[in-house]
Design a protein around this ligand. Structure first.
Ligand code: PLP
Length: 387
């Protein structure tokens, strides 16, 4: 019997924005090129020492070898709740209002199955993080994109939620923002929540970059808004704050009803992060503030060096107040993808074309602050040669 073709959901799925990078890197490296990868948002700095110590200790503990299940390690949930209380003065129930995630990405994507019926409307930012598209796509939802425009500080306009066709049952928003580096204030988050709630939707507020902020700026949390438990969920990640991208650990907090729904869905897909990693995550969060001082300072130094270097070759770029991304207009003729491909082939420099993250990203390029501070002179020289 002939096997049928791809299922339609897969057939119509565009390639993942970063999917080609490992292959391109391997090909260039095999050709002896000195590859500079500013593609993925991976700080590449050491993880906190307490993470390594806790994981080493956990690896020998038999009770941590078992299935984690959804609720996971009580100590991790306790540490999350304490961290959120110190950080945002919010009181969360560790048993009902937080859920460990295998990195925040899977939670963001799985949420679509906990929030949407086929044909329901979801509002996603354009450009935006790919799982906001992927989850709803697999849930057969109707996608409404809200363009993030420079003229509006790259904020998702609440009017786009009001204008969405159908009933927007889910809205994704992310500040500090990947890829634009844009930041938001608490009043804006409150307005976003209220507009979403008025239309009967759930606001998925992605705060993966909550800790990577500079110049005295403190990103707000959805948990600081009024009425968030009924209509919102906030996603956090240990990936960028603590350089633990590969460890796959994050969490979501929200009212018990919404947390319960997501947990139900996930129960059929995964069995939670390894308890040893959760134990390490607990240690990391308990010592978060001490680690973050140096982490933020190192990334700020990278940001300043990168901005200076790019400006020195004529690239117009703003210094972001948060995140590890520079977002700038394509500094050459042609599409952002053409420019990025030319940089890759001619200069072995990997960046991300804005159009890979949504149509409204066309005309923009993203560079991640993945190199040490002294690496950006070389990046700028390579860009200058490709202009
Ligand atoms: C906006 C945003 N949210 C969430 C994540 C996911 O992080 P993780 O799954 O590693 O927790 C990323 C990673 O790039 C991101 O850019």
């Amino acid at each position: 019997m002939v096997r049928p073709g791809l299922p339609s959901r897969l057939e119509s799925l565009p390639p993942y924005p970063l999917a080609g990078i490992p292959e391109a890197k391997a090909r260039l490296a095999a050709a002896g090129r000195d590859v500079l990868d500013l593609g993925a948002g991976d700080p590449g700095l050491p993880v906190p020492e307490v993470a390594v110590e806790a994981l080493r200790e956990a690896a020998g503990r038999n009770e941590l070898q078992k299935y984690a299940f959804q609720r996971g390690l009580p100590a991790f949930r306790r540490s999350i709740v304490d961290f959120m209380a110190r950080r945002y003065d919010v009181e969360l129930d560790p048993d009902r209002e937080v859920l460990p995630l295998i990195g925040s990405k899977e939670g963001l994507a799985h949420l679509a199955l906990a929030a949407l019926d086929p044909g329901d409307t979801v509002v996603i930012p354009d450009p935006g993080y790919a799982p906001y598209f992927g989850g709803p796509h697999f849930a057969d939802a109707r996608l409404e994109t809200a363009p993030l425009l420079a003229s509006n500080g790259f904020l998702l306009d609440p009017a786009a939620i009001d204008a969405a066709r159908g009933e927007p049952r889910l809205v994704y928003a992310n500040y500090p923002n990947n890829p634009t580096g844009a930041t938001a204030e608490l009043g804006y988050v409150q307005a976003l929540l209220e507009t979403t709630a008025r239309r009967g939707g759930i606001l998925a507020y992605d705060n993966a970059y909550a800790e990577i902020a500079f110049d005295g700026y403190r990103p707000p949390s959805l948990t600081e808004t009024d009425g968030w438990r009924e209509n919102g969920l906030e996603f956090h990640s240990l990936s960028k704050s603590f350089n633990m991208t590969g460890w796959r650990l994050g969490w979501v907090c929200g009212g018990a009803e919404l947390i319960g729904r997501l947990s139900r869905v996930k129960g059929f897909f995964d069995t939670g992060p390894y308890l040893g990693i959760q134990s390490a995550g607990s240690a990391v969060l308990d010592h978060a503030e001490a680690f973050l001082v140096g982490q933020v300072e190192r990334l700020r130094a990278r940001r300043d060096a990168a901005v200076d270097a790019l400006r020195s070759v004529g690239v117009e770029v703003e210094a972001p107040r948060a995140t590890l991304y520079l977002w700038f207009r394509t500094p050459a003729e042609g599409s952002s993808r053409e420019f990025v491909e030319r940089l890759m082939e001619q200069e072995a420099l990997l960046l991300l074309p804005g159009s890979g993250l949504g149509a409204a990203g066309e005309g923009w390029v993203r560079a991640s602050l993945t190199l040490p501070r002294d690496g950006y002179g070389e990046v700028a020289a390579r860009i200058a040669r490709a202009l």
